[in-house]
Design a protein around this ligand. Structure first.
Ligand SMILES: Cc1cc2nc3c(=O)[nH]c(=O)nc-3n(C[C@H](O)[C@H](O)[C@H](O)COP(=O)(O)OP(=O)(O)OC[C@H]3O[C@@H](n4cnc5c(N)ncnc54)[C@H](O)[C@@H]3O)c2cc1C
Length: 132
């Protein structure tokens, strides 16, 4: 049975304009959940694509101790052969599961490559946009 006193005490959710900083997995899931609650959300990302740490680059930091403040910073920390250490069913968003997509360019493994995670995160963003 539902306790009506709890419902009365719960603050009513007002629609807000919310800025989410970062389009990694955390920012993207935060944006989804905020949208589900009816808020208007804008995600700001400093890189030119979404995916955060899952975006692979073969560049490495020349100054790993960060002594030179003007050094070019490499944000990614994935290596070329990295695969997830969690199965895909633990990594998906609750309303957008990380399922196998039967396409040539996609990785069908249960513990897929970093590229598969980036592809999933990018498609998740498109699915969010198409809900408008
Ligand atoms: C080697 C490695 C393996 C991993 N394996 C797994 C795994 O198998 N399964 C798993 O679930 N997790 C794994 N993780 C954890 C992984 O970090 C999380 O899955 C998740 O990607 C973290 O997402 P995030 O959004 O918190 O951070 P990030 O992916 O780092 O995203 C942060 C985003 O915010 C942006 N940003 C930061 N500051 C600003 C700013 N001021 N303005 C605009 N944009 C900004 C960045 O550019 C970036 O895109 C692994 C991590 C590493 C390093």
């Amino acid at each position: 049975m539902v306790d009506s006193s709890i419902i009365q005490m719960a603050p009513s959710i007002k629609c807000r304009h919310v800025a989410v900083i970062g389009a990694g997995a955390a920012g993207l899931v935060a944006a989804r959940e905020l949208r589900r609650e009816g808020h208007s959300v804008v995600v700001f990302e400093r890189q030119n694509q979404v995916g955060g740490t899952w975006i692979y680059t073969d560049h490495v930091e020349q100054d790993p101790l960060s002594i030179d403040p003007t050094r070019p910073i490499v944000y990614s920390s994935v290596y070329r052969s990295l695969r997830t250490n969690l199965p895909r069913e633990c990594m998906g968003f609750i309303d957008f599961p990380f399922v196998i997509r039967p396409r040539k360019s996609r990785d069908p493994r249960r513990f897929p490559s970093h590229g598969e995670v980036v592809a999933y995160l990018q498609v998740s963003l498109r699915s969010l946009r198409s809900r408008r």
